[in-house]
Every structure is written in structure tokens, then in C-alpha cells.
Ligand binder design. Structure first.
Ligand SMILES: [Zn+2]
Length: 648
């Protein structure tokens, strides 16, 4: 008989077999017993916690004619057909591979037909957050007018990516992480049934590393069984699941601590290319940093009765890491975890994190007496500073947009008093781009140059060092002249680094020379700066009818035509016109905005979420989407500490 993975063989077939979700399974059973089932369910929770299993059991239970106490009999023809996946009326769809509108429209059309073999047609849509906006709209219509005898079960690990309009039409069940003890009990039960010997301690090691996911626990168990020829020993468990990971986490953290950016990035790449998932890596790093901290603060006492064994390397690392550094690590990991949820390129966040942490100042403050209070005070100070900077930036952008400002290389030496604010904001904002050069490049920029640079950009990155590549990886070429190009950066800190790094610029120039037979001088801007520079440049150009750069490379004062329209709305009105003109003038496109076609998978920045929600593809939904709903949605996604409602 061919080998089957434990988690498949031992997939729960009754609600009673699902570990650690008693509240959910009991409620579902009661609904079945009382005949009060809903036509749409939403099962949410971390992976491996039993969502899909529960969905299949529910499909069986509602169709089984020999149901006992809400549980399917698992013996009748219907039950067996569903278990084996051959009943046409129970349809499992993986939205990760079927996220198109067509597929969902297809479901909508077919859902109209009555079930052929069973009493109820059950659609189980896994990873439902992966559906596109169009597909969600199609699904919404089906949920609004549910066909008879059709039940939808939507399962997801990321409920925040599902539109509220969908959520509000489903009955929601939250699956919890499975407790340590529940995982151990289930593994012990399976091993006894399989007649495989095991060390109790080995199960602890596995449960810890599975972190609340039964599927992960059973996969690990599988690996350990095949590794240790049918016995689950403590040593093998540590080898397969624990020690390698710990060694790697210690090396990575040590590299951060000792400010070895390159080493940290290299380790990170090794970890990721070995197939480690970014989110999972972060979770483990948070647990690890917490362990080191607790170990350090309690001098190991907190673990006295724990079966987890700590290596010498672990103890050494915990002795040499200042608490401030550990706090900072946990905080940064946590924060990145939050940001990453909205990203399709999570490894970039990890690289930025590695660069940031390995250059942090927290290392130096090892002897800080009030280690506990230090990080939050620091964070508060930074947050305050950030607020100030944001305000200054907004003012600056307003000035630029209104055309009352010319931007010059040296921050406008001969500027009148009006420009005082601008100069201040430049110094406090930290990163100051080379505006004169930027406008010069824009004056000479062509579409063809940009297209060529873009074509070769990945190749150029490939010949750089690991560190250089990490700095430039999230930046995009947004404009190019025959000798130079402009890069727009997502992160200020990397923009700054690229600007200051002469070696990096020389490497880019050399690579460009070699591949494109032209110089590749680099000018770096943040994405925000690029957006406003671009707007300013277009406005000047429209105003003058010719490139706005003077002989010294500085843009001319905005045309009087514009200054004479003080009553015009500050930003929004002229933009669309500019877009069109921009195309005629061979102007490079604006930095990419989050894509709405992909709906809720977009790479969101809290700053521009309002725009995202304003864009909708389906006209009917536009009608429905009242302003209040947008605000509610934003509030529920980001919380009121992030979202500020501005009255018009
Ligand atoms: Zn049955």
C-alpha cells in the first residue's frame, strides 16, 4: 500500500474528532439537530486548525440520513461518497487557483440547478480571500439571493481581506489556534492507534514547533517517523523540528545584534530559499526573542519545569543580548507581521527589517537601567516626530501643488520669508533628495530610456552584492534620461542609504554601462516625493508649454497663469487632464498604486486606503457603497488610531 501522510489518514471525519474547537463544533451540531442551518458560513482561523475538515463534515452531516446527534454516520453511501470526494453535489474550490470572475459566475449559474444526488448542494470555497473583486461581487449576488438547498462554506486564514458585504451575509465561526495540550493528546492518540512508540518529551517539542496548527504537527510527526525508522524519540524530534531552527534563529539574531547586515541578509535568503514561509519565520522569531527575554530576565527559572531544552548557544546569546535589543526585535517583528499581511511580496519586508534592525541604535544601550521603559518612550518620541514631519510634508506638497514654490538644489538661498517652512521641513525630514538633478533628468527624460532601463533592471540588480540588492530591490525606476535615471523607494530609510552609498551607485553605473552601453547615474526619491515631483513637473510644463527647467537645471517659477487661479481646488481637479498630457509628453507613469483588480490582496499602505475603496469595478456595487460604509470598512480594517475621518 502506498504511503499516505498522517494528516490525510487522520483527517477528522466527525465533529468530535476535531481537536480544540469545541465551541464551533457544538454550535454546528446544535444547528443541524434543530434544523436551523444557514445558507452561508464563514470559517476563519489560522491554517491547520480544522476549517476545511469541519466544512466537509458539515456537508456530510447535512446530507446524511442516518445522522446521530448532529454527527454524520460515515457509513451510508452519501457519507462515503463525500469522504472520497466523488459526490457531485459537494464541490470544493480552491480560490487560490480559481480567483477569476468566470469561475464564480459559473458557480452562480450552476448553483441554480437542484442537487442531483444529495439533499443539499454544498460549495466549500477554500482561501476565499484570494478571490478578485469581480469574483467577490459575483459571489455577493449569489449570497443575496441564495438558491434553495445550496449552502456556501467559505474558509479563510485572512478574514480581514474579505469585504464586509460578504461577511455580513454569512454566519461566522472563528477557529482558534489549537492548544499545546490538545495537539499533544491528538498525536498521542494517533501514535497509539498506529502502534508507534514515542517519548512524551518528543511530542512537546513537536507541539511547540507546530504553534497551534494540527496539520503542521502531524507533518512534523510524519517526518520524524520516517527519519527515525518508526520511533518518535526526543533526539529525533529535536533534530527534525527544533535544533536546526534554533541554530538558525540564533545566527540570524546574532548577526542583527552585531550589526552584520550582510550576514543577516545572507542568512535570511538561505532561510527563505529553503522554503521557509515569511510569515511563519516571523512568528517563530517572535517566540524565540520572547524566550530569550524570559530566560534572561528570570535567569532560566521560568523554564525549570519545562521540557524544552536550551542549548549552550541559546544561553550565550541570551547573556550577550541587551534587553532593549530584544524588545526592539519583538516590536519590529510584530509590526512587520502586521504590514506583511497586506503584501504579496513578504520577503521584501523581511529584508527591510533585517537592514533596520542590524543598524539600530538599541545595541549600544546595553546598560540602560530602565530597559523596560526605554523602547516605548523611544517609539513615542519617533511617532511624535513622524507626525511633525508628515504635517510639514503636507504643507510642502500643498505649496508645490499650488505652484507658489520653486524647488532648488540648495533649498533656495535667496528665498523670501515664505519659504522658511520649507527649509525647516527639509532638515527635520531627514532624507533630502537632490531636487535640482531630479528636474534636470525629468527635462531630458524619454519613454524609450525608461523602457530600456526597466527591461534590464532585474539584470542590473542581479550583478550587485546581496546588501546592495536588498537596498534597491523594492525601488522602481520611474524616469530615465540618456545618462541617468530616477528610482522611487517605498522606504525612506533605504532611499537614504542608496543616496549615501557611493559604492552602490558606482556599481549600478558600471552594470548599466556594461548592459546598456550608457551611463547609469542614480537619483533616489521616496515614492511620496516622486508623486509630488511628478505633479509639480507636469503642472509647470503645462503652464509653460515647454520643459520647465532653466539653464541651471532649476525649474522655473510656476507660470503666472496658474498663480492667477487661487480659487481653484488645491489638487484634485487638474489631475486627470495632466495624466493625458503626460502621455503625450512621453512622461513616465506614476508609481504603481495598489491594484484593485486583485481586490483585497493589494499591497496596501494605510496612507492611501481611501483611494482603494473608492475604486470599484462593478457599477451596482458603486451605488451600494455609501460613504459611511467606506468609513466603517476602513475603521474595521485599520482601527480608529490609524483612520482619521476628515469632514469636507
Ligand atoms: Zn451517513
Amino acid at each position: 500500500m502506498s504511503y499516505q501522510a498522517l494528516y490525510r489518514v487522520w483527517r477528522p471525519q466527525r465533529f468530535g474528532d476535531i481537536a480544540g474547537q469545541e465551541a464551533v463544533t457544538q454550535t454546528l451540531k446544535n444547528a443541524l439537530i434543530q434544523g436551523k442551518t444557514s445558507h452561508a458560513y464563514l470559517f476563519t482561523g489560522p491554517r491547520g486548525t480544522g476549517k476545511t475538515s469541519a466544512a466537509k463534515i458539515f456537508a456530510k452531516a447535512i446530507n446524511c440520513h442516518h445522522r446521530v446527534d448532529g454527527e454524520p454516520c460515515n457509513e451510508c453511501e452519501t457519507c462515503r461518497a463525500i469522504t472520497e470526494g466523488r459526490l457531485n453535489d459537494v464541490i470544493e474550490i480552491d480560490a487560490a487557483s480559481n480567483n477569476g470572475v468566470e469561475e464564480i459566475r459559473d458557480i452562480r449559474d450552476k448553483a441554480r440547478y437542484a442537487p442531483t444526488q444529495a439533499d443539499y448542494k454544498v460549495y466549500i470555497i477554500d482561501e476565499v480571500h484570494m478571490l478578485s473583486t469581480g469574483a467577490f461581487n459575483a459571489l455577493l449576488k449569489t449570497l443575496e439571493e441564495p438558491p434553495e438547498n445550496v449552502i456556501f462554506i467559505l474558509a479563510t486564514t485572512e478574514p480581514h481581506k474579505i469585504p464586509l458585504t460578504i461577511i455580513s451575509r454569512t454566519q461566522r465561526f472563528d477557529f482558534k489556534r489549537i492548544s499545546y495540550q490538545d495537539i499533544i493528546n491528538r498525536m498521542a492518540y494517533i501514535l497509539q492507534e498506529e502502534k508507534i512508540g514515542y517519548d512524551e518529551q518528543a511530542l512537546h517539542v513537536i507541539a511547540r514547533s507546530a504553534n497551534g496548527g494540527m496539520r503542521d504537527a502531524l507533518s512534523l510527526l510524519d517526518q520524524i517517523i520516517s527519519y527515525g525508522s518508526d520511533a518518535v524519540t526526543f533526539d529525533n524530534a529535536v533534530k527534525v523540528s527544533g535544533s536546526l531552527t534554533e541554530e538558525m534563529m540564533i545566527s540570524f539574531s546574532s548577526a542583527l545584534l552585531h550589526e552584520e547586515t550582510e550576514v543577516a541578509l545572507q542568512l535570511l535568503q538561505e532561510i527563505l530559499s529553503a522554503g521557509k514561509e515569511a510569515g511563519r519565520f516571523l512568528e517563530e522569531m517572535i517566540l524565540f526573542a520572547r524566550d530569550v527575554l524570559v530566560y534572561q530576565q528570570t535567569k532560566g527559572k521560568a523554564f525549570a519545569d519545562n521540557t524544552q531544552q536550551y542549548s549552550e548557544a541559546f544561553q550565550t546569546f541570551s547573556q550577550e543580548s541587551p534587553a532593549t535589543f530584544l524588545y526592539e526585535m519583538i516590536e519590529a517583528f510584530n509590526e512587520t507581521q502586521g504590514e506583511m499581511r497586506f503584501s504579496t511580496q513578504p520577503d521584501i519586508y523581511l529584508e527591510v527589517l533585517a537592514v533596520k534592525l542590524s543598524q539600530s541604535k538599541a545595541h549600544a544601550t546595553a546598560a540602560a537601567p530602565s530597559a523596560q521603559a526605554a523602547p516605548s518612550a523611544e517609539v513615542q518620541r519617533l511617532a511624535h516626530e513622524l507626525e511633525l514631519v508628515k504635517k510639514e510634508l503636507a504643507k510642502l506638497q500643498e505649496l508645490i501643488a499650488s505652484g507658489n514654490l520653486s524647488v532648488s538644489q540648495e533649498g533656495a538661498k535667496a528665498a523670501p520669508a515664505k519659504k522658511e517652512t520649507v527649509r525647516q521641513s527639509n532638515t527635520s525630514a531627514g532624507f533630502k533628495p537632490n531636487m535640482g538633478r531630479t528636474y534636470q533628468i525629468l527635462g531630458e527624460a524619454t519613454k524609450q530610456d525608461l523602457a530600456r532601463v526597466r527591461d534590464f533592471w532585474t539584470d542590473i540588480l542581479d550583478v550587485l552584492s546581496v546588501t546592495q540588492r536588498a537596498v534597491l530591490k523594492q525601488a522602481n525606476p520611474v524616469a530615465a534620461s540618456p545618462t541617468s535615471f530616477i528610482l522611487a523607494f517605498q522606504y525612506d530609510i533605504l532611499c537614504q542609504k542608496a543616496t549615501e552609498d557611493a559604492e552602490l551607485q558606482a556599481a549600478v553605473d558600471a552594470a548599466t554601462q556594461r548592459m546598456l552601453q550608457r551611463p547609469g547615474e542614480l537619483v533616489c526619491l521616496t515614492e511620496e516625493q516622486w508623486t509630488s515631483v511628478r505633479r509639480n513637473f507636469i503642472q509647470n510644463r503645462n503652464g509653460n508649454g515647454s520643459p520647465a527647467t532653466g539653464s541651471d537645471g532649476e525649474p522655473k517659477q510656476a507660470a503666472p497663469k496658474q498663480a492667477a487661479q487661487p480659487a481653484a481646488p488645491k489638487q484634485s481637479a487638474p489631475t486627470t487632464v495632466d495624466e493625458d498630457t503626460a502621455v503625450d509628453l512621453d512622461l513616465p507613469p506614476e508609481p504603481p498604486m495598489p491594484e484593485m483588480e486583485d481586490g483585497y490582496r493589494g499591497d496596501y499602505h494605510p496612507g492611501n486606503f481611501a483611494d482603494d475603496f473608492a475604486v470599484e469595478t462593478d457599477p451596482i456595487v458603486i451605488e451600494e457603497q455609501k460613504e459611511q460604509e467606506v468609513v466603517d470598512q476602513a475603521l474595521s480594517l485599520f482601527g480608529d488610531e490609524v483612520v482619521t475621518v476628515v469632514e469636507d
